[in-house]
Design a protein around this ligand. Structure first.
Ligand code: HBI
Ligand code: FE
Length: 287
């Protein structure tokens, strides 16, 4: 990954936002969005949490082409008071958390190229808007994201951002939920990937373990392949409640003395939904 600049690039505001300039998207880019959208929509009923599918409809994200944030934000503001703002790419952690704590979600201002349809490392508009934004229309998840931003700023003062970042990774990006109809996806990293949407639900390879806050903050994660382990929450209400009611400061102190866990570990105290075969080979070490 390229090193992150300290200051916003030319043309960006002090808070790193840039105008979306919706008119600059080409017909080919709108068509690529439509293709990605149609592919995910065919996969996600029965795999995604119902709140995500409801959010897609409420925000009209399948209206055709790359969404215009002016239109999207009118709906989102009315539903939960959130806004989507465009940024040039990755932004520093404090800037990212500052936006979340003010109910603003930052979205990359570029769309992947056709040859990157299945995988790219940096978050593009399809990942950020299709993957993340529908759940911001859900009032409980919307509050969780704001609480995460506030907690992120506090974690930096404790030097514990890398522990809290694992909570974001294993919930907002790669989270699963237990529902009356079975295990469903709510993590944006999965929801924006055709391959991982199938893998996370059906493949026998990964572990699927009950969510536990301390357990998750001890667990390293992979950024270069599908996850070797997913964590399953009972509900957004439970996740929000725990995040709001927990004082993380003593947990960070405790975590400093505990060894990290590998992404494929299963501990005696884990609630095991699936004991994965780990048949999918992995290459690089986790971080
Ligand atoms: N910047 N644009 C962007 N998108 C992110 O998801 C993001 C970021 N900067 C920092 C960051 N995420 C991390 O702090 C979180 O993954 C915890
Ligand atoms: Fe993301």
């Amino acid at each position: 990954m390229s090193p992150m600049p300290e200051a916003p690039p030319p043309g960006a505001a002090p808070d790193w936002t840039v105008p979306q300039q919706w008119a600059r998207f080409t017909r080919a880019e709108h068509a690529l969005w439509d293709r990605l959208y149609a592919r995910q929509l065919a996969l996600l009923p029965g795999r995604a949490v119902p709140q995500f599918l409801d959010g897609l409809k409420a925000l009209d994200l399948g209206a055709g082409g790359v969404p215009d944030y002016r239109r999207l934000n009118e709906r989102l503001m009315r539903l939960t008071g959130w806004q989507v703002v465009a940024v040039p790419g990755l932004v520093p952690d404090d800037v990212f958390f500052g936006h979340l704590s003010n109910r603003r979600f930052v979205a990359g201002n570029f769309l992947r190229r056709p040859d990157q349809i299945d995988y790219l490392q940096e978050p593009d508009i399809f990942h950020d808007v299709f993957g993340h934004v529908p759940l911001l229309a859900d009032p409980v998840f919307a509050d969780y994201m704001q609480a995460y931003g506030e907690g992120g700023l506090r974690s930096m003062r404790h030097g514990a951002l890398h522990k809290l970042a694992r909570l974001y990774w294993y919930t907002v990006e790669f989270g699963l939920m237990e529902t009356a109809d079975g295990i469903r996806i709510f993590g944006a990293g999965i929801l924006s990937s055709a391959g991982e949407s199938r893998f996370a639900i059906e493949d026998p390879s990964p572990n699927r373990l009950g969510f536990d806050l301390m357990r998750v903050m001890r667990t390293r994660y992979r950024i270069d392949d599908y996850q070797q382990g997913y964590f399953v929450i009972p509900s957004f209400e439970a996740l929000l409640r725990q995040t709001l009611e927990t004082d993380f400061a003593p947990l960070y102190k405790e975590l400093a003395a505990l060894p990290d866990l590998s992404p494929d570990a299963i501990l005696p105290g884990d609630r095991v939904f699936t004991r994965g075969t780990q048949a999918r080979p992995v290459s690089a070490p986790a971080q």
